[in-house]
Design a protein. Structure first.
Length: 289
């Protein structure tokens, strides 16, 4: 019998872990604010346990804000020998390699397995997993990832999953800035933004941002908090570090990182990532609605 644990029941983890009891007999959950773990157990039939107990599972998932949080959490723990740690945090590739090496000494495999698909994908078990690390560990953890995701890809050695995620989110940030600038321009020229959006979404300028973020978050002025702006700023920072490490020139990405960082620095607390467009609204005195 495979025991599965989930550590970190935030916006993503709470919803992801909810699918595991449909596929595994014993699912252990832990959260820093332990009330959330108890609530999860009541709602989904998981078991709220101490962190020390959670890391005795065969497959241990984690989903915390940053790699730094994961390193601090893992270092003092006595984790079950022979287990696989699957980290779904959008983390730093160097940290994945560091953790893989550290845990290997204790006969534990580490996979960097960030996800995309947002909270709705977590809720519907339709997430995309991009996984770095040993292929054997990937194959062993695959059924547990399949319980929460739809497309699950092994993308390379340790750190590759985090790299793919950082570049994906950086590209999304580029689209977000481009859409904010494009739609501010259209509004300045008196164009109906809803009609313009329909045209663009049937044309070559479309992106995930124009198809989902603009209609569902910006133009309706809802900006629901499901993916915090500081987390996007963290991801764009990881992408810029990757570019620097590879000694590449990437001016669009460099500029986008500065813009997202500035939006984050000036945004209200608890802002959704989509609220980055408000910086453009402030500059132009134009509201995107
Ligand atoms: P949340 O802020 O909603 O949740 C963070 C979770 O981590 C909470 O359970 C929190 O516990 C816990 N936590 C925070 N710091 C620590 C710590 N130092 N030690 C132990 N536990 C800690 O974040 P999300 O769920 O939105 O994001 C988690 C990760 O997933 C991030 O890396 C993010 O970039 C990524 N991601 C997010 C997506 C989204 O749409 N939200 C989509 C794809 C990836 P507590 O409840 O006690 O605060």
């Amino acid at each position: 019998m495979t025991t599965v644990a989930f550590i970190g029941l935030g916006a993503m983890g709470y919803r992801m872990a909810a699918h595991l009891p449909k596929h595994f007999d014993q699912v252990l959950v832990w959260n820093r604010n332990f009330e959330k773990a108890k609530q999860h157990a009541t709602e989904f039939g998981t078991q709220a346990v101490s962190l020390e107990q959670a890391v005795q599972a065969d497959i241990i998932f984690s989903c915390l804000p940053t790699s730094q949080d994961i390193i601090h959490l893992i270092q003092p723990l006595q984790i079950k020998s022979g287990s696989i740690w699957v980290d779904c945090t959008s983390g730093v590739p160097d940290a994945a390699r560091e953790l893989e090496a550290l845990l290997k000494q204790r006969n534990i495999a580490f996979l960097d397995a960030p996800v995309s698909g947002q909270t709705i994908g977590a809720e519907n078990a339709t997430l995309t997993f991009m996984v770095g690390g040993s292929e054997a560990a990937f194959n062993q953890a695959l059924p547990a990832m399949q319980a929460m995701g739809k497309l699950i890809k092994h993308v390379g050695a340790s750190g590759a999953g985090f790299a793919v995620k950082a570049v994906n989110n950086m590209m999304m940030a580029v689209h977000l800035c481009a859409a904010a600038e494009g739609f501010t321009t259209l509004k300045a020229h008196g164009v109906n933004l809803t009609e313009a959006l329909d045209c663009i979404n049937a044309s070559s300028g479309k992106s995930g941002v124009t198809e989902n973020v603009l209609p569902q978050r910006v133009l309706n002025r809802k900006f629901p908090l499901t993916f915090a702006l500081p987390l996007l700023a963290k991801d764009t920072g990881i992408a810029v570090d990757l570019i620097r490490q590879a000694k590449l020139s990437a001016p669009v990405i460099g500029l986008t990182q500065s813009l997202i960082q500035a939006a984050n620095d000036t945004s209200e607390p608890d802002s959704d990532f989509s609220a980055a467009v408000k910086m453009y609204e402030l500059w132009s005195n134009i509201t995107l609605e």
